[in-house]
Design a protein around this ligand. Structure first.
Ligand SMILES: [Zn+2]
Length: 247
């Protein structure tokens, strides 16, 4: 499983980083985890073909994690003239929110007669589900987004990748991460508590409890970015745009 960090930033451009989007290649399959507003820009920078992506897994319905779907779908229609089927998986309400965002940002676009199949799949919290070529288990976390916000455990190609989504510490992160080859943890803040987000000072004492092979921290604000070497010294990987990790 080859992971490429297309976007490792927060919602506000901290550190000049793009919004959340991870590209995963495993065997013949390619998928995205989250699709922030800048996803299509990052795909282009890396010379990646959007039409090769068959499935997009969305952790939660905040714009910096899903609004790139608007542009991804418009690119499929107007530019790449996609014919390959596409599956978008997300929390309850994903289809309605994508349609609404499309209408707000580009009126009329939600009515385009696509040349490709588009299927929306809604997570059943806590239940492993075959979605695309992967088995996905969604865990509810603490991060208000007008819909259930999820951490995701994705098993594909014999490897397991887990992702916290955005959340403050919740115990559901433990079963999500345990035994995963890599756990991607949002670590927005350093020591000042930020509602509904993780801080390094909370995550650090829980690293062993997570039970993941490796932990990579992402979604850092400026304060956390300034202290990130402390996290590296503690043994975690630090996200940056373009980083490639062999999972
Ligand atoms: Zn969020």
């Amino acid at each position: 499983m080859k992971l490429t960090l297309l976007g490792s930033g927060d919602a506000f451009g901290s550190g000049g980083r793009l919004q959340t989007c991870y590209h995963v290649a495993t065997g013949q399959d390619q998928f995205l985890i989250d699709c922030g507003a800048t996803a299509l820009i990052a795909l282009s920078r890396h010379g990646m073909d959007p039409n090769a992506i068959r499935t997009i897994y969305i952790s939660h319905l905040h714009g910096d994690h899903y609004s790139g779907l608007v542009w991804f779908l418009m690119h499929a229609y107007y530019v790449s003239r996609r014919s390959e089927p596409l599956v978008i998986a997300g929390p309850a309400g994903i289809e309605e929110r994508v349609r609404a965002a499309s209408e707000v940002l580009f009126p009329g676009s939600s009515g385009n007669r696509r040349r490709h199949e588009l299927a929306f799949v809604v997570y059943r919290i806590g239940a492993p589900m075959p979605i695309g070529q992967a088995t996905v288990t969604a865990y509810e976390v603490s991060h208000p987004s007008g819909a259930p916000s999820c951490a995701l455990r994705i098993e594909a190609g014999g490897r397991t990748l887990a992702f916290s989504g955005d959340t403050e510490w919740v115990d559901s992160l433990v079963p999500c991460a345990t035994g995963a080859d890599l756990f991607i943890a949002e670590c927005y803040g350093y020591d000042k508590p930020v509602p509904y987000h993780m801080t390094w000072k909370t995550l650090a004492p829980n690293l062993a409890r997570l039970g993941a092979g490796r932990v990579l921290i992402t979604h850092m604000n400026e304060h956390m970015l300034a202290h990130r070497e402390e996290a590296r010294a503690a043994g975690v990987l630090l996200a940056e745009d373009g980083l490639v990790v062999d999972v």
